[in-house]
Write a protein that binds this ligand. Structure first.
Ligand code: ATP
Ligand code: MG
Length: 187
């Protein structure tokens, strides 16, 4: 599961857990992006990586990969999948993405090769209606997951305004954000 994870929240974790269950996955690898191609400036990669480690540490099936943040260049999913495949040549990969992100797959680099490297699973996300005809032609499945109307954008905005993010993100992530003064305009 790729993401900016700025910060990681319970929407990500529920989506990962539900796909793991439904598709009988041995492991979910969370891959924090390096520099996303279409995004605002994001928080330092090490902070996003460590928050992802903290959030996933207790689940024996959840791991975190540094492939994207160690590449030190714009992150394209094709490179993520190539690197993961190199490290695990025998694994069958499932790429987990939210309903808002799946339409963008059309615009991704080397889209044809993507289908060869992974099976894509799009999960439902509150506020994003996806009709099946919107899904790109190819290897994409659709999975309805329990609705959590949480976004990292909202979490950042809440911290900036002094609102709590308890129960939206894991406890350790709340404490990490506070310890490192993340998302405060004055930091
Ligand atoms: P931002 O608001 O900064 O874009 P985000 O909450 O969308 O953050 P990302 O790191 O962009 O989080 O998302 C990583 C992946 O997780 C994407 O595929 C996204 O669609 C999916 N995702 C994020 N939040 C949810 C959620 N609440 N339910 C289901 N999927 C989600
Ligand atoms: Mg997003």
């Amino acid at each position: 599961m790729g993401g900016t994870f700025d910060p990681i929240h319970h929407g990500h974790l529920v989506a990962a857990s539900e796909v793991a269950q439904s598709f009988d996955l041995d492991e979910v690898i969370f891959v924090p992006t390096g520099m996303p191609p279409h995004k605002r400036v994001v928080t330092e990669a090490e902070h996003r990586y460590l928050m992802t480690v903290i959030a996933t540490a207790a689940n024996p099936r959840f791991t975190v990969s540094r492939v994207d943040i160690d590449r030190h260049e714009t992150t394209y999913t094709i490179d993520t999948l190539r690197d993961l495949k190199k490290a695990r040549p025998d694994a069958d990969f499932v790429f987990i993405t939210g309903a808002d992100a799946v339409a963008q797959i059309f615009t991704w680099k080397n889209v044809q090769e993507l289908w060869d490297l992974a099976h894509f699973v799009a999960v439902s996300r509150p506020g994003h209606v996806v009709s099946l005809s919107d899904l790109p032609e190819g290897d994409v499945s659709w999975l309805e997951v329990p609705a959590l109307a949480i976004s990292s954008t909202d979490c950042r905005s809440r911290v900036e305004r002094g609102f709590p993010v308890w129960y939206l993100v894991p406890d350790g992530v709340v404490q990490y954000i506070s310890k490192h003064h993340l998302y405060r305009s004055t930091s």
